[in-house]
Write a protein that binds this ligand. Sequence first.
Ligand code: ZN
Length: 248
Amino acid sequence: MTAYSSLLTSIPGVAHGFGDKESLMPERLQSWQTTLPDKKQVHGTAIGWVRRPGEALGELDGVITDVPGILLTVLTADCLPVLFCRRDGRRIGAVHAGWRGLLAGILGEFAATLDATGDRPSQWVAVIGPAAGPCCYEVSQALVDEFKQRLPLPAAVIAPRPHHLDLAAIARQQLLTLGFNTVDTIGHCTLCCPAPAPENGMRYTSFRRNSKQREHNPAHPPISGRNQHSGLIILPDDATAGFNGIPD
Ligand SMILES: [Zn+2]
């Protein structure tokens, strides 16, 4: 299954999707898989421009391009994917934002990357994808305290329940503060959707759920190679013929 954002679907000439455990690469993006930049996500804050299909970028957690025909994705399994698209569909970006990235300010780095070219967050839309939710994402009090000390956000946004971070709410508030005033959330928890989510049938790879399974049964396979892709592409002109942007 693939989840779609109605906000991104409304932008002409761009295809996107949020994959899940059964369809790691969203169906609509599969034919562009060979154009993916070669990058390694390291829970950092570096953002890089992509100029060529398959470009080798090294260690990066965010990518941005204005070149049609290059698929940008981030791989996640509990961390938060954020897809970005300028309202005119001429520039796109994708950011991998786990707790480390949010705390270190990767979303601000993405905004700074736009500022450096005279672009403004208000010209963009942002969509937050599936991640570990506040229902399940239990962390130490020390980590909750660190978020409260370092981020100027209400405590109830950071941790709506004791010892549980709300990554999506933190990201949303950060985006709004940065000037991304149109933010959509495809809100499903990767941890508590081992069975298909009732509303759309999504099932997710979850790093944390997998780790618990492997504690009980060391023979249980690890998740390597099974992270889901969230991504988008500026469609080349020859691919937009007959494509109306409406998902299957
Ligand atoms: Zn949950």
